[in-house]
Design a protein. Structure first.
Length: 123
């Protein structure tokens, strides 16, 4: 099992958090969209059913922390639609953790034996 941290802001200003929770998924790109960063593409394809996922929010320019907003379990992955379906078990969080390089759309895989991962995903 791996752990992933994802964003919910499109273009840095369109917050998709509530929609992701309501519809039970996460996505960041529409099919056929140009300029998907290669590292994000590679990470997306590593996500597996049963993995853990957290929605994060950046706290402003120069911040050394992010806010963890929701925790869930991956239930399905649709590579063609760039969608990860999630059972959002713990919505409504406001947990601050160190940035840990997680400024982009999708980060991981992280392992639970790492202290930072435990801070993010502890219940």
């Amino acid at each position: 099992m791996s752990y992933w941290v994802v964003g919910a802001m499109f273009g840095g200003s369109e917050d998709q958090y509530e929609m992701f929770l309501r519809r039970g998924y996460w996505y960041c790109w529409t099919p056929g969209q140009p300029n998907i960063p290669p590292e994000a593409h590679a990470r997306f394809q590593q996500v597996r059913i049963g993995d853990r996922i957290a929605i994060k929010k950046l706290l402003g320019r120069g911040s050394t922390e992010i806010e963890i907003r929701a925790l869930g379990i991956v239930t399905d992955i649709d590579i063609g639609e760039w969608r990860i379906y999630v059972n959002w078990l713990v919505p409504g969080l406001s947990r601050r953790v160190p940035l840990h390089g997680c400024a982009g759309s999708i980060h991981g895989p992280f392992e639970y034996n790492d202290e930072w991962t435990r801070q993010v995903f502890s219940l």
